[in-house]
Design a protein around this ligand. Structure first.
Ligand SMILES: Cc1cc2nc3c(=O)[nH]c(=O)nc-3n(C[C@H](O)[C@H](O)[C@H](O)COP(=O)(O)OP(=O)(O)OC[C@H]3O[C@@H](n4cnc5c(N)ncnc54)[C@H](O)[C@@H]3O)c2cc1C
Ligand code: SF4
Length: 321
């Protein structure tokens, strides 16, 4: 592991100055430090932002929640307002990692965790995301856990976050600060399409520090569910996951998928399809089919299309029941 300097940020400006001059922000370190150990990441300086006064969850005037970026995953999942009004978010967070990891991991770090593609994680392989232009061995190699939607010949990696899937279903907004001022990005636009720049993973400006995630008040979130299919019962990333939220009379739906694309996948085609007819099993199947008609599986991951389809239908039935 390369030698690096570590220090705690004393205040927001101190962190932003460090971030704007090349230091990397450190949240819980559960992803960044792992990648430093394997040589995928090699920052010279880490500035620890966990001690900034950014943790905590508070109500917003529109009935939503403001979640501070250094709130731990455990605190987010356990928060009574989250459990009551955004149950799919609490379920998604609890479906990720382990208790120990969730105690360390932060909301900001979770959104910015890197892909779990095995080639990316091993610097002895080529990888367009790690080294632009070097190639993507996954396309012709091991890709059973890779994307079936929205990928490109340059990269077919998936985004690993469970939390982000529930957040995108509920129209979450990422709030950030830079030395030149702050801004907000809807989570749906936060992760750009892969295209030919898989190394560009977010729309954050250089040196930006995520300060919070804002969840708007929502009619669909209280009646919501997250379900994750994975290769082991715990401590495993999603093969496919789905977050579903429905409003009181089932007339409006939010659906998002995980494990199928380079970003949490908002299933807007399925949502529109549901609006077009009554909430029946046939309607749920038609909605899932409509969304997945855009899928382009690789030779080794066609099973994800069937899995995603069945999962959407099953969770819609469950939430409607
Ligand atoms: C064994 C294992 C299993 C796991 N399983 C799952 C799983 O099933 N589902 C799941 O979703 N996750 C899973 N995780 C991932 C885990 O949730 C992430 O590692 C964690 O959420 C990252 O948060 P962190 O605070 O530790 O981030 P860090 O490792 O500290 O940082 C990650 C990245 O975010 C940047 N960063 C951190 N905070 C900020 C900020 N405020 N502003 C700007 N940049 C910032 C860092 O510079 C770094 O680039 C697993 C991890 C492990 C090790
Ligand atoms: S899928 Fe993406 S992350 Fe994996 S090897 Fe290809 S370029 Fe790298």
């Amino acid at each position: 592991m390369k030698e690096f300097a570590y220090r705690r940020a004393t205040d927001l400006r101190d962190a932003l100055i460090a971030g704007s001059t090349g230091a990397r922000y450190l949240g819980g370190g559960t992803n960044l430090v792992d990648l430093m150990k394997s040589g995928v990441e090699a920052p010279d300086r880490l500035v620890d932002v966990r001690w900034l006064p950014l943790a905590g969850i508070r109500e917003t005037p529109d009935g939503g929640l403001l979640i501070g970026a250094t709130t731990t995953n455990s605190d987010l999942a356990a928060h009574p307002g989250v459990r009551r009004r955004y149950p799919a978010l609490s379920q998604a967070v609890l479906a990720g990692a382990s208790g120990q990891l969730r105690n360390m991991a932060t909301v900001g770090g979770n959104l910015l965790q890197r892909t779990r593609c095995g080639y990316f994680a091993d610097p002895s392989y080529a990888c367009n995301k790690r080294l632009p232009g070097s190639g993507c061995p996954a396309i012709a190699g091991q890709h059973h856990n890779h994307a079936v939607l929205g990928w490109s010949p340059h990269c077919a990696a998936t985004h690993p976050s469970d939390m982000a899937v529930a957040l995108v279903a509920f129209d979450a907004i990422v709030r950030y600060e830079t030395l030149d001022g702050g801004g907000e990005i809807p989570l749906e636009e936060f992760y750009p399409p892969v295209g030919d720049t898989p190394q560009r993973e977010t729309a954050l400006p250089p040196g930006a520090l995520i300060t919070a995630v804002v969840l708007p008040g929502s009619a669909v979130s209280p009646r919501s569910r997250y379900r994750k299919v994975r290769e082991r019962a715990s401590y495993a990333f999603a093969t496919v996951s789905v977050a579903v939220g429905l409003d009181g009379d089932g007339g409006s739906a939010r659906i998002a998928l995980g494990g199928v694309a380079s970003r949490p996948w908002r299933a807007r085609t399925a949502e529109s399809s549901l609006l077009a007819g009554p909430p029946t099993a046939d309607g749920f199947r038609a909605a899932a089919d409509a969304e997945l008609s855009a899928a382009r599986p690789l030779p080794g991951n066609g099973y994800k299309v069937t899995l995603a389809r069945n999962l959407i239908v099953a969770v819609l039935e469950e939430v409607h029941a």
